[in-house]
Design a protein around this ligand. Structure first.
Ligand code: ATP
Length: 483
């Protein structure tokens, strides 16, 4: 079964609260909100775009800059449709779908069954349930055997489902003036496709030898049957994918290495805690037919333990398929062993939206300060949407002048906010709530002593710092290089 039960103690914020917090504080808005929204699409607001850019930068630094043999790529979203025929997406990128004959709503059959199993298992004296798998036959058997118990999630009626059938999730479009089969193309369902077709270009131009990797961050599109759970399951998504090309006989060790690398990235770079992440190994019925091994990292999301990212041993499936359909020879001659082979691939693939939800879930804390509750986002400073806030104590021109000079002295390298409205207490709370690591208060004494007060988000301790030293003080605290 793919979904584990939520661990209530660890979930600090529930999904409803998270969605409302993200809207209220300008992280995420519903796409086309003024027209009633469009299911499965979201817009990242001023703080959201900063946070996702920081997540993507952290991933890129770790995967690309820390490995001399991993190279970046930005391939097109629309590729030749032949690419997706070769990759198997046209024929097989499917999810099981059911309709309710009564209310006409459409659902992912596996989700309906999984949720019912979860509910039943929570009840005392739950009956032993047959083994569950995602195959159409097993799903149909489940839905049929328990038709008096599994109700429609929308209208609540029993026995109203059609049988489960496969639904292709590729979003289509037409390229060129005519709208017929000859111009039909697809919006990529994953970024990896463009990596495989550029394998030879990147290898030749970088003079890389196997093993080496290609990394890409970009948008992908999936016509999810039931987009839900906020930016966890969307129809437009962003992925961070790294494909590592290797010799066939080192698959096991490379697989272990990239599992560990990805795991450490989540713990050390992103700051997720060990208690909230776990491995989920794909069973035979869950694994893609070509994969030799597949592990997902599950995170303890507000809506349960679910997939955050995946590491897959894809064997030589991808390049073999592209060689067959394109007719191009993508085999590799290894000089050291004097052997020719088709490169095998280990993949590490992560969704930006899911990492965004995980990092907010992890960092969002409500704590008691005196007799008040303080909401604070305890993000690592590298990830914080705003690094420093400049807060003059009053709007008086003589103070604004100094405060604006202070702003100018630190701004430019990272996101700095300038805020002179409301009481200082309220402004501190505002910054705590979006995770700003340092607030710089400019007061009337600053005019004479040319110093400001720097407040640390987590300890709330304050320190007086000379304005001329502020830039290097903050750079040091924020772990940045001063220029
Ligand atoms: P799921 O089983 O949850 O549908 P998947 O196994 O199909 O996900 P992959 O094809 O392995 O996902 O995609 C790699 C990563 O991309 C996932 O681990 C996830 O982080 C992200 N991802 C996949 N589908 C979506 C989506 N619809 N919305 C947001 N992120 C997604």
């Amino acid at each position: 079964m793919k979904t584990d039960k939520p661990d209530k103690d660890k979930s600090k914020i529930n999904m409803e609260e998270l969605v409302s917090y993200c809207k209220r504080r300008g992280f995420v808005f519903q796409a086309s909100e003024i027209y009633g929204g469009i299911a499965g699409f979201w817009d990242y607001g001023p703080y959201g775009v900063e946070l996702i850019n920081n997540l993507k930068r952290a991933w890129w630094k770790t995967f690309v800059y820390q490995n001399p043999n991993i190279f970046g790529l930005d391939s097109a979203i629309i590729q030749s449709p032949k690419l997706w025929e070769a990759s198997g997406h046209v024929a097989g990128f499917v999810d099981p779908m059911i309709d309710c004959k009564e209310c006409k709503h459409r659902f992912r059959a596996d989700h309906v069954v999984e949720e019912w199993i979860e509910k039943v298992e929570k009840e005392q004296n739950a009956p032993a349930l047959p083994t569950y798998s995602e195959s159409l036959d097993v799903l149909n058997e489940y839905l049929d055997s328990f038709k008096k118990e599994i109700s429609c999630p929308n209208c609540g009626k029993f026995g109203t489902f059609t049988s489960a059938r496969q639904f292709n999730m590729m979003l289509t479009t037409h390229v060129g003036p005519a709208e017929d089969d000859t111009t039909l193309t697809y919006l990529r369902p994953e970024t990896a496709g463009g990596i495989y077709t550029n394998y030879e270009n990147v290898r030749e131009t970088t003079r890389a030898k196997i093993p080496f990797g290609i990394a890409q961050v970009g948008k992908a599109f999936r016509n999810e049957i039931t987009p839900r759970d906020f930016v966890f399951r969307t129809r437009e998504l962003e992925q961070m994918e790294m494909q590592y090309f290797i010799q066939p006989d080192v698959r096991e060790e490379e697989y272990a290495k990239w599992r560990e690398f990805t795991w450490n990235f989540l713990l050390d770079v992103i700051g997720l805690s060990k208690e909230n992440i776990s491995w989920h190994e794909h069973g035979e019925d869950e694994k893609a037919h070509y994969a030799a091994a597949a592990h997902d990292v599950y995170y303890n999301f507000p809506h349960g333990r679910k997939e955050l990212c995946g590491i897959h041993d894809r064997t030589d499936h991808d390049l073999t398929s592209h060689m067959k359909v394109s007719g191009r020879d993508l085999s590799y001659f290894d000089e050291a062993s004097a052997k020719r082979f088709t490169p095998n691939i280990i993949e590490s693939s992560m969704g930006v939206g899911r990492l965004f939800v995980a990092v907010l879930t992890e960092a969002y804390i409500e704590e008691e300060v005196g007799d008040e509750t303080r909401v604070v986002l305890k993000l690592k400073s590298e990830l914080a949407p705003v690094k420093v806030a400049i807060l003059p104590l009053s709007k008086k021109p003589e103070l604004s002048k100094v405060a604006k000079e202070v702003f100018a002295s630190v701004a430019g390298e990272y996101n700095v906010e300038y805020d002179e409205t409301q009481s200082i207490g309220k402004r501190y709370r505002r910054q705590d709530e979006i995770g700003t690591p340092y607030c710089v208060t400019v007061d009337f004494e600053s005019i004479d002593d040319q110093a400001v007060t720097v407040r640390d988000r987590d300890s709330m301790k304050q320190e007086r710092i000379k304005i001329v030293e502020l830039k290097s003080y903050l750079a040091d605290k924020l772990n940045l290089v001063v220029r």
